[in-house]
Design a protein around this ligand. Structure first.
Ligand code: MLT
Length: 260
């Protein structure tokens, strides 16, 4: 099943594919779509069960999301792309470069990590699934937003908080439940980072409490030649907390890519 996606910018330029976090949608990337598409071919897609892509009937795994990504690239006749993933999108991007290194010409890993869930995180995923089944996505958003954003952004809610609340509340509960199970079961990719030989940028918000700067440092130090940018004042959704700083980091990184 081809996921819902949008395409922007000149098709003749180097393609960038944007992979959103959990439980958001491609709309998470609006400031980056607007900035990148002035010069680049940009594709943003809704992962299964998020945005306008329905959840499938099967249990979800990161592997199916990688398969969907490759199917999308094939459909768009994109041979190699720069993958830019935030958090869950980073898990998918990392596994995609691991399985299909020939399809990736650059990697941006934002507010994410290479390790897998530990015991506590798996128990929390199970709690999350129960909470969604019992109380729905609005209550889930109430609980999740304080973990996603710096305290100063929450009261009054910043534009980023409002945008993300809307996306969480619009997510299909079945899709969110499946994604939680998929993330809990994902592989530990730390040992495989040294095999990555594509230009890589790691970005992290200074106040990211979910995938903190220490995880970003571990990620960057595992990938030869990776650069690390920490965005001051930003939380877990660093591309929305400070779109200008995030876009500057992307623009500087784009100069390192082939044909950029
Ligand atoms: C995300 O933003 O995609 C999630 O917080 C990732 C996670 O829960 O591991």
């Amino acid at each position: 099943m081809l996921p819902h996606h949008i395409v922007a910018g000149p098709a003749s330029s180097p393609p960038w594919v944007l992979l959103h976090g959990f439980p958001f949608s491609l709309e998470q990337w609006r400031p980056q779509i607007d900035a990148l598409s002035a010069r680049r071919h940009v594709v943003a897609w809704d992962m299964r069960g998020h945005g306008a892509t329905p959840p499938g009937d099967d249990p979800l795994s990161i592997e199916f999301l990688v398969d969907d990504l490759i199917e999308l690239l094939d459909h768009l006749e994109i041979d190699r792309a720069c993958l830019c993933g935030l958090s869950m999108g980073g898990y998918v991007a990392l596994r995609a470069v691991d399985r299909h290194p020939d399809r990736v010409m650059g990697l941006v890993l934002a507010d994410t990590r290479a390790g897998q869930d530990d015991n506590a995180a798996r128990v929390k995923r199970a709690d999350g699934i129960r909470a969604i089944r019992k109380s729905g996505m609005k209550a889930f958003a109430d609980k999740m937003l304080p973990a996603l954003f710096p305290a100063a952004a929450l009261d009054p809610p910043s534009a980023a908080v409002k945008t993300i609340r809307q996306q969480i509340e619009a997510t299909d509960p079945n899709g969110a439940v499946q994604a939680l199970a998929a993330m809990a079961a994902r592989l530990d990719l730390r040992e495989r980072l040294s095999a990555i030989d594509t230009p890589t940028l790691v970005v992290v918000g200074e106040h990211d409490g979910l995938t903190p700067p220490k995880d970003a440092r571990e990620l960057a130090s595992g990938i030869a030649g990776a650069t690390l940018v920490e965005i001051k004042g930003a939380g877990h959704v660093s591309n929305l907390d400070d779109p200008a700083a995030f876009n500057d980091a992307l623009a500087a990184f784009a100069k390192r890519l082939p044909l950029a």
